[in-house]
Design a protein around this ligand. Structure first.
Ligand SMILES: Nc1ncnc2c1ncn2[C@@H]1O[C@H](COP(=O)(O)OP(=O)(O)OP(=O)(O)O)[C@@H](O)[C@H]1O
Ligand SMILES: [Mg+2]
Length: 175
């Protein structure tokens, strides 16, 4: 008998509520369900403001509380119910199993720090076993992987010195 593997991500009847200035709640995302297997890609398509980013943020515990909150539903990541995890437990999972490439890299990147330093910080946090030199090598490797032209020279570049597409690649490298 072959066992059916867990989907990498499963979302069951997810609803997300938004509170307006009067304090009234309404559902912005209502009852959506999907499964994504390892190696599969899922594209959420819809008009601007329909709730795609909120749906993605809910998977990462990144809903902008308290205006926006998970109303109901379940989010299962590699067999674990992430909506029931505490912040600390989830952070561990986030560094190893799930990452995010934000929609707007100009606000997600620190404008006053070279990109090499910003990637280095991620590595320092999530790959504590790497020494400084190894982190630099890894950083270059990541920038090459995402197709950033002339990565060596770009380590010391600030976000505003890159094109929009290059900034997005830096975000992908960090994720
Ligand atoms: N922090 C917030 N407070 C209140 N409302 C919010 C907040 N963030 C998003 N919204 C509202 O939730 C709705 C869904 O936003 P979301 O960012 O998920 O849209 P989207 O589908 O990703 O749109 P786009 O294609 O433009 O990126 C929008 O109507 C938006 O105004
Ligand atoms: Mg969006």
């Amino acid at each position: 008998m072959t066992s059916v593997p867990h989907p990498a991500i499963e979302v069951r009847e997810l609803s997300i509520a938004i509170r307006d200035e009067q304090g009234n709640e309404r559902l912005m995302v209502s009852d959506i369900s999907f499964r994504i297997a390892a190696g599969e890609t899922l594209a959420l398509v819809g008009e601007s403001g329909c709730g795609k980013s909120l749906t993605a943020m809910s998977l990462l515990h990144l809903l902008p509380q308290p205006q926006v909150r998970l109303h109901s539903g379940e989010i299962i990541l590699a067999g674990q119910a992430v909506h029931r995890l505490g912040k600390k437990q989830f952070r561990k999972l986030r560094s190893h199993r799930i990452g995010v490439i934000f929609q707007d890299p100009m606000t997600a990147l620190n404008p006053v720090q070279p990109i090499g330093k910003q990637i280095d910080e991620v590595l320092r946090l999530h790959r504590p076993e790497l020494a400084r030199r190894a982190r630099r090598d890894r950083c270059l490797e990541l920038l090459k992987d995402v197709g950033l032209p002339a990565p060596e020279a770009r380590l010391i570049a600030y976000p505003h010195q890159l094109s929009g597409g290059m900034r997005q690649r830096v975000m992908i490298a960090m994720a």
